[in-house]
Design a protein around this ligand. Sequence first.
Ligand SMILES: Nc1ncnc2c1ncn2[C@@H]1O[C@H](COP(=O)(O)OP(=O)(O)OP(=O)(O)O)[C@@H](O)[C@H]1O
Ligand SMILES: [Mg+2]
Length: 243
Amino acid sequence: MLNNIDINKMNRLMEENKDAKQIISQLLENYHTSVSMIAHEIRNPLTLISSSLQIVEAQHPEVKEFYNWGQIMEDVGFMCGLLNQLSTFNNSGTLHHSVFSIERLLKNIAVSFAISLDAEESDIEFKSSISSGMGDFTGDKIKIEEVLLNLLRNAKDAVGTNGVISLSAERKNDTIIIRCADNGCGIPEDIADTIFDPFVTYKENGTGLGLSTVKRITEAHGGTVTLDSSPGTETVFTVTLPV
Ligand SMILES: Nc1ncnc2c1ncn2[C@@H]1O[C@H](COP(=O)(O)OP(=O)(O)OP(=O)(O)O)[C@@H](O)[C@H]1O
Ligand SMILES: [Mg+2]
């Protein structure tokens, strides 16, 4: 996997040499296509296996008693989730732009998240403060939503059964600043540098693709994502997007 130093070298090579730019661009495109094709080819039979297992379980509930049945269902579910995350990550740099109200999008996300917490009868307190009048935003609406959902999901995992999560957004001159904060377990300094890398996870069922997708989508919009965490007190992810 390329790290930031490799990517900077690659970008420099592309700036300096026209031929290198053409070949690297082609290689990157081939790489994305290959990942998409492999994910697609695996997902089709896996979805069939998953549906068949669910039918078997519905028709023969006694299978749940079988040794390892629960583990098989969990593993298949995990693989389906991983392939979905992999596709999202792979496509995160390709944007489909439209002009939309970021205020409305963020308010809708906040309402859906609050509803999902209520549905689970969770004791997590969720606060949102989305400024009015942030104006029109040009970007990929679905991918911006993906950014927020990943940050909110991580915050929820971090606070566990109770705690406080807050989502805020405001416009400052020509930038939209979105903050997702929680008072959960926090991120120790020694791992903070690696969590935006793909496949870095500290969760039993995590893919480690959430934050790398957040970073790629944000950067594809010309923005930045930063982390500020004091373990035990507060963890804040700040996404800054140019308007
Ligand atoms: N708000 C947070 N508080 C504490 N730790 C966090 C927070 N957000 C992310 N992390 C840490 O960063 C790691 C990487 O996060 P990322 O979203 O990339 O993957 P993941 O959440 O582990 O897996 P997935 O997103 O597939 O569920 C997490 O495993 C977790 O240790
Ligand atoms: Mg995550």
